[in-house]
Design a protein around this ligand. Structure first.
Ligand code: SF4
Ligand code: SF4
Length: 185
């Protein structure tokens, strides 16, 4: 049976009711604006200091890589692929050797961490960074050199203040500064 459109009129709340609603919204905004414990993050003057073990960007340690391809094979998003090239073989002077190393495309990566988990030599690792800036999509496809560099938060580079959110049973979420040693202040 086809759906019958409702003929009931949408109730009108009137001019005064609209003003009252707007004043209420402004009051709530003002309350949180004046509240010293408000949890808004003033990025990039402040940035969230991620904890070690955070599943953020991935970095390759080429010296540990045994070129097994497990990372590229397991990637469910086709974000990791192997690059192949010929270079002199240090063990056989005058001979060339085929090398293959993984590279990553952050346009596709879903940060599942499977590539890091499957790597048998810990050549891949997560770093606690997630607010990396790229100027265009092409920059998100890292080459072998870029994949070995540890990305840094632009806010950290600009001297932003590291903060964390902690839960206070009385106040709810509270933003605290993080000291050099990693503890909360
Ligand atoms: S984190 Fe997941 S999606 Fe990203 S490259 Fe590794 S396996 Fe692929
Ligand atoms: S799984 Fe690890 S050792 Fe194997 S190719 Fe990838 S980075 Fe290299």
């Amino acid at each position: 049976m086809p759906a019958v459109p409702s003929r009931r009129r949408v109730p009108s709340y009137g001019f005064l009711s609209a003003i009252k609603g707007n004043l209420e919204a402004l009051t709530v905004g003002l309350k949180y604006f004046l509240n010293p414990n408000r949890s808004t993050l003033h990025y990039p003057r402040e940035y969230i200091k991620l904890r070690p073990g955070y599943r953020g960007y991935i970095v390759l340690n080429k010296a540990k890589c045994i070129m097994c391809e497990s990372c590229a094979r397991i990637c469910p998003a086709a974000a990791m692929k192997m690059v192949r090239f010929q270079a002199p073989d240090p063990k056989r002077p005058g001979k060339m050797k085929l090398y293959k190393y993984p590279v990553i495309n952050y346009q596709r990566c879903i940060f599942c961490g499977l590539c890091v988990d499957v790597c048998p030599t810990e050549a891949l690792r997560h770093v606690p960074a997630h607010d990396v800036v790229y100027m265009n999509l092409a920059e998100m496809e890292l080459g072998l050199e870029a994949f070995q560099q540890e990305p840094r938060s632009p806010a950290e580079e600009e001297g932003g203040i590291p903060v964390r959110y902690i839960f206070d049973p009385e106040k709810g979420l509270v933003k605290v500064r993080v000291s050099e040693g990693g503890g909360e202040q």
